[in-house]
Design a protein around this ligand. Structure first.
Ligand SMILES: NC(=O)c1ccc[n+]([C@@H]2O[C@H](COP(=O)([O-])OP(=O)(O)OC[C@H]3O[C@@H](n4cnc5c(N)ncnc54)[C@H](O)[C@@H]3O)[C@@H](O)[C@H]2O)c1
Ligand SMILES: [Mg+2]
Length: 341
């Protein structure tokens, strides 16, 4: 049995067995908890303390499926998304798939929301409303549910693929090819040059928002090569040094693995040449300008001259972590410079 001491290792080993052993995972469906989605929107409930993502257990789900006319085996449409500290398997189930809608119109969003006393909210908005560690779990759940939805057929034989109980893979029954859920690696780089950092914006960004440089890795590229190429491509500069700063799963618009680095460029070669095919604008920002930009939480109101003040992506985005780290470093530098020896 997997009820070892709930150490991290025990949790990881239990998760591994859930992914690899169909029967262990089938059994876990009866003891696990379920986060519900409708067409990739997670269910949230508003409480006096704010929003939370309710978890259903098997009994509640069965009751709902009986009441609303679903079928029990649809539970196996669930995907495994994790396991809690006390080894409680966590699943996600999308009730808005065509399968359910065909069975009963009562699986339409409004009917379900009143039955479940909650609201299915677009993930980007939901992540703002939630706090703590449920946000990454819901992001992972949505990414996995979307991957299954988009990979119903084998790209080699055109035949239907079947998911395993955990949803950690899909298999083409015609030729046994195994498909695993994919994330696209994306490098995101904050280029800085002494007291300046480089921020950029695309036309598609909300008005006024500037961010760090980002780009998908090409196949066969290392992270370093992708950063050198993206910085050269987007702003015409040559990276001289890199420092890894962290990573993040980013589910918008699909599943990306953001790999974040700080970078410096060759001294004396800091003149930006913006690639207008990729960016609307890119420029060097002073510490003062960045601190001013941090004042704004979302799109700030337009100024009289019609321009929108610069603002930076919210905490949710690793771009902000990079920029905050740079600001911290600058402030330490400033305080050292002003502290009498
Ligand atoms: N979390 C954050 O802090 C943060 C900040 C900035 C950007 N991002 C994300 O990083 C991603 C990449 O940013 P970008 O748009 O500047 O990338 P980019 O500079 O590589 O330009 C996008 C282009 O890359 C090409 N491309 C190559 N591989 C791709 C793939 N696997 N999927 C989609 N397009 C691919 C397409 O032509 C696309 O138009 C975006 O999805 C964006 O949402 C996240
Ligand atoms: Mg880019």
């Amino acid at each position: 049995c997997h009820r070892l001491s709930s150490s991290y290792v025990a949790r990881m080993r239990y998760l591994f067995s859930l992914k690899e052993d169909e029967q262990v995972c089938r059994d876990a469906l009866s003891s696990g908890t379920f986060y519900l989605f409708h067409s990739l929107r997670p269910l949230l409930q508003k409480k006096h303390s704010g929003y939370l993502a309710p978890k259903s257990n098997l009994v509640e789900l069965k009751e709902m499926l009986d009441t609303l006319g679903g079928k029990e085996q649809k539970l196996e449409d669930s995907v495994l998304i994790g396991c809690s500290e006390n080894l409680m398997p966590q699943f996600a189930l999308d009730l808005g798939k065509e399968l359910f809608l065909v069975i009963s119109r009562r699986f339409e969003k409004p009917a379900l929301e009143s039955y479940l006393q909650g609201t299915f909210i677009e993930l980007r908005k939901a992540l703002f409303l939630l706090n703590g560690n449920v946000a990454p779990l819901l992001s992972k759940a949505q990414a996995l549910l979307r991957w299954h939805d988009n990979n119903q057929y084998c790209s080699k034989t055109g035949q239907p693929t079947q998911k395993n109980i955990a949803g950690s893979k899909r298999i083409c029954n015609a030729n046994g090819i195994i498909y695993y859920p994919q994330m696209s690696p994306v490098v995101i780089t904050l280029v800085s040059n002494g007291d300046w950092c480089l921020l950029a914006r695309q036309e598609t960004f909300p008005a006024g928002m500037y961010s760090a440089l980002a780009g998908f890795c090409d196949i066969g590229e290392t992270v370093e090569e992708a950063i050198y190429r993206e910085v050269a491509e987007e702003v015409g500069l040559e990276v001289e040094s890199l420092m890894y700063a962290g990573s993040q799963h980013w589910p918008f618009p699909n599943s990306s693995l953001m790999i974040a680095c700080h970078a410096t460029v060759r001294q004396g070669h800091t003149e930006i040449n913006v690639n207008k095919f990729e960016l609307e604008n890119a420029r060097w920002f002073s510490l003062e300008e960045v601190k001013e930009a941090f004042q704004h939480k979302r799109i700030p109101p337009e100024r009289k001259d019609g321009t929108v003040p610069v603002w930076i992506p919210p905490k949710l985005a690793i771009a902000r972590q990079l920029i905050e780290e740079w600001v911290q470093r600058q402030m330490v530098k400033e305080s050292c410079a002003t502290t009498p020896a």
